[in-house]
Write a protein that binds this ligand. Structure first.
Ligand code: HEC
Ligand code: HEC
Length: 333
C-alpha cells in the first residue's frame, strides 16, 4: 500500500474512533440528572467486612452449614433457611413468620440478601450487625426455641463440626462456642449479595439496561421524594420512621428505646430485590407492590399517585432484582 493512502485511511479510522468515543460519552437518554443523583449508587460486590471477622473459605463454608442446620432448633426441623429460603428470595413469602410448633410471630421475615450492607438489623434495629443478630433466632421462643448451650452440645456431638470449627477458628482451645457460631453465620451471610441488577448496569453506563417505563419510574421515585429514605446502594437510610399499618398494634422501635417519639417507627427496608420479597411491610399485610407504593406515598409523602405513575415506579423497583448468589447447598453430617 502506498504511504499516502495508508495515512489517509489512518486519519479516517482515527476520526471514526474518536467520533464513536465522544458519542458514547456524551450519549444521553434525557435522564442523566436522575442517573447521577447523589442518592443512587451501584451495589458493590461485597459489603464492608469487620476487622474482627475475616472471611476465610473455612468460616464461610461452616457458616453456610449452620445456616441450613435444623438440629440447632428445639424441634430439630427449623433452620435459618426455613424462613430465609434461598428459593424464595431468602425470605418465606408468608405475611408473618411461622416458627417453633407452628407459632406465628409478630413480624414479616425480611430477606437476608444484602443484609451485610444494612446499618442495623431487624425491623426495629435492635441488633447492630450480623454477628449480634445471629444468635437471636436460635433462642427466640417463636423461632427456633433452642437454648444456645444445648445447640452447642448438639454441634459438639458431630466430629465433622468439631473439625470444621477447629479449621475455621484455628488456635482456639474450645472453638465450638456461641460467639463462633455467630461469626461463621455472619461471614456466610456477607456472601449473599445481588450485584449487577439492571439498575446497577444502568448506573454504570449501560443506558439500555432500563426500559423507558423503568426510567420514568426512576424519575418519579426521585421527584416524589422516595429517595429521602430509600437511598444509597441498598436504598435505605438505616433509620426508623413512623408508619401505621391498618390493623397493626406493633409499636416497633419504641419497644427497643422506650422513647415515645419512636412509637410505630420501623426501619426503612432495603428495596433491593423487592419484587421477590412480597408480602410487604413489618406485618406482611400487603401483597401487591403497587399497593405498597401507594401506601408509602400516602403515609410518608402525603400524596396520592395515579395508576400510571404507580405502574412506572413498580417497573423501576423490578429493575432492582440482581444476580442471585451462587452456591451449592451443603451436605450436613
Ligand atoms: C421462624 C422464622 C425465622 C427463622 C427460623 C430465622 N429467622 Fe431471621 N428473621 C425472621 C423474622 C420474622 C425477622 C424479623 C424480626 C424482627 O424484626 O423483629 C428476621 C430477621 C432476620 C435478620 C435481619 C434482616 C433485616 O433486614 O433486618 C437477619 C440477618 C436474619 N433474620 C438472619 C437469620 C439467621 C442467621 C437465622 C438462623 C440462625 C434466622 N434468621 C432464623 C424469621 C426467621
Ligand atoms: C420517610 C421515609 C420514607 C419515605 C419517604 C418512603 N419510604 Fe418506603 N419505607 C419506609 C419505611 C420505614 C418502610 C417500612 C414500613 C413498615 O413496614 O413498617 C418502608 C417500606 C417500603 C416498601 C415495602 C418494602 C418491604 O420489603 O416490605 C416499599 C415497596 C417502599 N417502602 C417503597 C417506597 C416508595 C416507592 C416511596 C415513594 C413513593 C417510599 N417508599 C417512600 C420509609 C420511607
Amino acid at each position: 500500500m502506498n504511504i499516502k493512502r495508508f495515512n489517509a485511511s489512518l486519519i479516517v479510522l482515527t476520526t471514526t474512533i474518536a467520533f464513536a468515543v465522544t458519542s458514547l460519552v456524551s450519549a444521553d437518554d434525557g435522564y442523566e440528572r436522575y442517573r447521577n443523583h447523589p442518592h443512587f449508587a451501584p451495589l458493590p460486590a461485597m459489603p464492608p467486612i469487620p476487622a474482627h471477622n475475616s472471611m476465610t473459605p473455612e468460616k464461610i463454608e461452616l457458616g453456610k452449614m449452620l445456616f441450613f442446620e435444623p438440629r440447632i432448633s428445639a424441634s430439630g426441623v427449623i433452620s435459618c433457611a426455613t424462613c430465609h429460603n434461598p428459593a424464595l428470595g431468602f425470605t418465606d413469602r408468608i405475611p408473618r413468620a411461622v416458627g417453633h410448633e407452628g407459632q406465628v410471630g409478630e413480624r414479616n421475615t425480611p430477606t437476608v440478601l444484602n443484609a451485610g450492607f444494612l446499618g442495623a438489623q431487624f425491623w426495629d434495629g435492635r441488633a447492630a450487625d450480623l454477628e449480634e443478630q445471629a444468635l437471636g433466632p436460635i433462642e427466640a421462643p417463636v423461632e427456633m426455641a433452642m437454648d444456645i448451650s444445648a445447640a452447642i452440645d448438639r454441634l459438639n456431638s458431630f466430629s465433622e463440626y468439631r473439625e470444621r470449627f477447629a479449621d475455621a477458628f484455628p488456635d482456639e482451645s474450645a472453638p465450638v462456642n456461641p460467639d463462633n457460631v455467630a461469626l461463621a453465620i455472619a461471614a456466610f451471610e456477607r456472601t449473599l449479595n445481588t450485584p449487577n441488577s439492571p439498575f446497577d448496569r444502568y448506573l454504570q453506563g449501560d443506558l439500555n439496561a432500563l426500559s423507558e417505563q423503568q426510567k420514568r419510574g426512576m424519575a418519579a421515585f426521585v421527584d416524589n421524594g422516595c429517595q429521602a429514605c430509600h437511598r444509597g446502594a441498598i436504598l435505605t437510610d438505616s433509620s426508623h420512621h413512623r408508619f401505621e399499618l391498618p390493623g397493626s398494634t406493633d409499636e416497633g422501635r419504641y419497644l427497643v428505646t422506650g422513647d415515645p417519639a419512636d412509637r410505630f417507627a420501623f426501619k426503612t427496608p432495603t428495596l433491593r430485590n423487592v419484587a421477590l420479597t412480597y408480602p410487604y411491610f413489618n406485618n406482611g399485610s400487603v401483597d401487591a407492590l403497587e399497593d405498597a407504593i401507594q401506601l408509602m406515598a400516602q403515609q410518608m409523602l402525603y400524596r396520592d399517585l395515579d395508576a400510571d405513575m404507580i405502574a412506572d415506579i413498580s417497573a423501576f423497583l423490578h429493575s432492582l432484582t440482581g444476580e442471585m448468589p451462587q452456591f451449592t447447598v451443603p451436605a450436613l453430617p
